[in-house]
Design a binder for this molecule. Structure first.
Ligand SMILES: [Fe+2]
Length: 251
């Protein structure tokens, strides 16, 4: 009798255990399915994030391209400045890369090189293309272009470093530049690079008042500005880089 009670109890335990096992297996399966769904949702949101990032980049690119269109339109009006910004950008990028500036930051410096005189769009033609020397008042207007350029690009959060370069590309190493009179290394590196590239290209381009200078004379004038208007180390770098790439300028 006692043996049959023990056996039926054991059978009952075994049934309970089986039921428990089956229910825990069922929960495990549910959990696996939930995890699977979560993984799917995660992958999908990751994909959304990637797509969104791509769209954002495309948008950034489109905005920069339209600004560039504006800058080009401005430059194209004047045969003397045509292509100037592109050459400044090219040289500025080479200088940045050779200094070890990381790719994305070098890109911003090059883009700022392309747009450095964008603010001239706000300057009246009568001042911008005046054949003779500018009066004090006209210079005052001309000196607004770094600020105007920085204001134009200010709403572009992704280009805040670029806006800084636009603002400061006419600061001088000795502190006598504008708009803020910054001195030496207080001038952001990108702005110092663009400043050197800007002067170099101006010296080696035709201007209404003179033909482009030969290499030796351009180097002499550039060296003259080292430590005064231009960062001395960056001036040396510019001379070195343009020496081994004489074919960079279209003839
Ligand atoms: Fe400028």
């Amino acid at each position: 009798m006692a043996g049959s009670v023990g056996l039926s109890q054991a059978l009952s335990y075994a049934r309970d255990l089986k039921a428990l096992y089956e229910s825990s297996r069922a929960r495990e399966r549910e959990l696996e399915q939930t995890q699977e769904r979560l993984r799917g949702a995660y992958q999908q949101s990751l994909q959304y994030a990637i797509d969104l990032r791509k769209t954002y980049r495309r948008l950034q690119h489109a905005i920069l391209q339209s600004l560039l269109g504006l800058a080009n339109a401005l430059e194209a009006k004047d045969s003397y400045t045509r292509g100037h910004s592109e050459r400044v950008a090219l040289l500025a990028r080479r200088m940045a890369v050779s200094l070890g500036v990381p790719g994305a930051a070098a890109d911003v410096i090059a883009q700022a090189g392309l747009l450095h005189d964008l603010g001239k769009i706000g300057i009246p033609e009568s001042v911008l293309r005046k054949p003779g020397p500018l009066s004090n008042d006209e210079w005052e207007v001309m000196r607004q272009h770094p600020l105007v350029g920085a204001q134009i690009v200010a709403p572009l959060e992704f280009f805040d470093e670029g806006a800084v370069i636009l603002r400061h590309h006419h600061e001088r190493h000795d502190g006598s530049g504008y708009p803020d009179g910054l001195r030496g290394e207080l001038i952001p590196l990108g702005a110092r690079i663009v400043a050197v590239a800007d002067v170099y290209d101006a010296l080696t381009s035709d201007r209404p008042y003179r033909a482009r200078l030969g290499r030796a004379e351009a180097v002499r004038r550039l060296e003259e500005q080292a430590g005064r208007a231009l960062d001395p180390d960056l001036t040396i770098l510019c001379i070195r880089l343009t020496d081994d790439a004489p074919a960079e300028r279209p003839v």
